[in-house]
Design a protein around this ligand. Structure first.
Ligand SMILES: Nc1ncnc2c1ncn2[C@@H]1O[C@H](COP(=O)(O)OP(=O)(O)OP(=O)(O)O)[C@@H](O)[C@H]1O
Length: 252
């Protein structure tokens, strides 16, 4: 089943075209990494796919009503700061909102989803702490947990691993892999190409608002693509632990 389908999607910001004629589909079981240099259009593409900004062309999500969209997709935006002085558990519970009618109390299944997300992101000891009293990386983990608790068929996350330590970066990527194994799908923007190479089933390389490559990590992070798109050289190798990618130098 297709969870996201974009057809001929283009976005203008001011007079500049920042997304040009993007076609893509994402299905169950996929963890798709969206990579590209600063300004490539990753955030714009995700927001347009969600229907949060106007776009030309079609997005299967933008066509849905707000309520249907809340059930179809969990969205984790780039901003990390939690401004409300409520407990960590309360923030994560907000992920269940699309499943409840106005004023309806949380059901046992909602609490179970919240507990699963808390466990996945290793947040049990923070459960009752005011979210404003956590470090930046801890707050980021709370927001990942909130989007996991939503248990939507599709998760779209904008740089969810930024600011996380290595163990929590891996834990976050594993939680996406686990969601995919349960038949869900994930679209995640990442700057860490090593993490993307290792944990994504597929990568989409965005360059100047266009898809420069779409495929397996080892087929997309090729020397010529990383040179033209990112302006770097890299070491990469398929190992018994999977595809390993390490950026090395700037191309001169
Ligand atoms: N409101 C706006 N008005 C004009 N230009 C914009 C606006 N928002 C974004 N842009 C431009 O659109 C381009 C794509 O921005 P976007 O935030 O989607 O990139 P990104 O790939 O997510 O970058 P980063 O890796 O830095 O987060 C950039 O060149 C940016 O300057």
């Amino acid at each position: 089943m297709m969870l996201l389908s974009l057809h001929n999607l283009s976005v203008k910001r001011g007079r500049k075209r920042v997304i040009s004629e993007v076609d893509l589909t994402l299905g169950q079981g996929e963890v798709v990494g969206l990579v590209g240099p600063n300004g490539a259009g990753k955030t714009t593409l995700m927001r347009a796919a969600l229907g949060l900004i106007p776009a030309d062309g079609q997005s299967s999500l933008a066509a849905l009503s707000a309520r249907a969209r809340g059930k179809a997709v969990a969205w984790m935006p780039q901003s990390r700061e939690i401004a409300w002085s409520v407990t960590v558990e309360t923030v994560i519970r907000l992920g269940r909102t699309p499943h409840l009618r106005a004023g309806q109390k949380q059901r046992p299944e909602d609490q179970a989803a919240v507990d699963r997300a808390i466990e996945q992101m290793g947040l049990d000891r923070f459960r009752d702490r005011p979210a404003t009293q956590l470090s930046g990386g801890e707050q980021a983990r709370v927001l990942i947990a909130r989007s996991l608790a939503q248990e939507a068929p599709l998760l779209i996350a904008d740089e969810p691993t930024a600011g996380l330590d290595p163990a929590h970066q891996i834990a976050a990527m594993r939680s996406f892999t686990q969601a995919a194994a349960q038949g869900r799908g994930v679209l995640v923007s990442l700057h860490d190409l090593g993490l993307a190479a290792r944990h994504c089933t597929r990568l989409i390389v965005l360059h100047n608002g266009k898809i420069a490559a779409d495929g397996l990590p080892q087929d997309t992070l090729t020397p010529s693509i990383v040179k033209t798109v990112f302006g770097i050289t890299a070491f990469s190798q398929i190992t018994d632990k999977g595809f390993v990618f390490q950026a090395l130098d700037l191309t001169s």
